[in-house]
Design a protein around this ligand. Structure first.
Ligand SMILES: [Mg+2]
Length: 315
């Protein structure tokens, strides 16, 4: 339950949001949140800012989707560590033009928190020029899985079907509605794969990452951190209808998980039954060689040229 908050328009807004969140909000109103870490586990923390016109456009998403997406992208980083969510804190910068939609943004944040089975334990609100949603997530894991543990000989797996967000984005940029509902959904309502991440971690995953910049770019991060090269088979890439294998490599904000796993460690059928989403072996971990951390090969074994990943500071 919330503590009593003082008077004023800002606190009125906070009270309204907390009331809207109901049981999803806990312990709000003190100077700081207090969280228990289970004995033998470690605290896993990540923060993620979503800024209007940088990470989202008001024309393409509802206010609730904007709130949910910002929260999911932060929670997805816990999934990538194999952590269970303990709680989140949310810092909102709200321009005057967004005030009428604030409750809807908050409802979206609540939806993502409910989907992850976690709660909102604190936050902050201020006015400003652009809507900005910064979500800090706290989780715990007995053995957090970093990007750095991939071993030569591991298999590389990815969850779900890739390409939907990129196809949706392309359609929206042309001023069209995405042709497939699944593409639109993957773009507007992504899911943080927390259960999947813990499942993979429990089966000995050596390295994991969530696909946010695009699979090719994110696999390069894993390879670089682990000091290995990843070999991916183009034809094996799981993709949504209408997406090419190169689309699957380039599509960002997927929030699928890519994992390196010792050979034979995962039962794909058991995973797919548990999560109603696919798990696909797409390649292997090789020893590092000069001149590249990722090689993608076609069916004939020829090297495929790769699309560049997303880089906020590239232009
Ligand atoms: Mg990440």
């Amino acid at each position: 339950m919330e503590h009593a908050l003082g008077p004023g328009a800002e606190f009125d807004a906070v009270r309204r949001l907390v009331r809207g969140w109901g049981d999803l909000a806990a312990g709000i109103g003190d100077d700081a949140a207090v969280l228990d870490v289970p004995p033998g586990e470690r605290l896993v923390v990540s923060t993620d800012a979503s800024v209007e016109r940088v990470h989202f456009r008001r024309e393409w998403l509802t206010p609730a989707q904007i709130g949910a997406r910002a929260t999911t992208s932060a929670l997805s980083d816990l999934a990538a560590m194999g952590a269970a969510a303990l709680g989140i804190v949310v810092a909102l910068v709200v321009p005057a033009a967004w005030r009428p939609d604030l409750d809807a943004v908050a409802a979206g944040i609540g939806e993502a928190v409910a989907a992850a089975g976690t709660r909102i334990v604190g936050g902050d609100m201020s006015s400003g020029a652009e809507l900005s949603i910064t979500v800090t997530v706290f989780g715990t894991a007995a053995r957090p899985v970093t990007r750095a543990g991939a071993q030569v000989g591991d298999d590389v797996f990815v969850t779900g079907l890739l390409g939907g967000p990129l196809l949706a984005l392309r359609a929206l940029q042309r001023g069209e509605e995405p042709t497939h509902r699944a593409h639109r959904l993957a773009f507007a309502a992504p899911v943080a794969r927390l259960g999947e991440g813990r499942w993979l971690a429990a089966r000995g995953a050596t390295a994991m990452i969530d696909v946010s910049d695009g699979l090719a770019a994110d696999l390069r991060h894993v390879a670089a951190a682990s000091g290995v090269r990843l070999r991916v088979e183009l034809g094996a890439l799981p993709r949504v209808a209408g997406a090419s294998p190169l689309d699957a490599l380039a599509s960002g904000e997927e929030y699928a998980l890519a994992a390196c796993v010792p050979p034979g460690a995962v039962d794909v059928t058991a995973f797919e039954q548990a999560f109603s989403t696919s798990l696909t072996r797409i390649g292997t971990v090789e020893a590092a060689v000069p001149g590249g951390t990722l090689v993608v090969v076609d069916d004939a074994g020829g090297r495929v040229d790769l699309p560049p990943g997303h880089d906020h500071f590239s232009s």
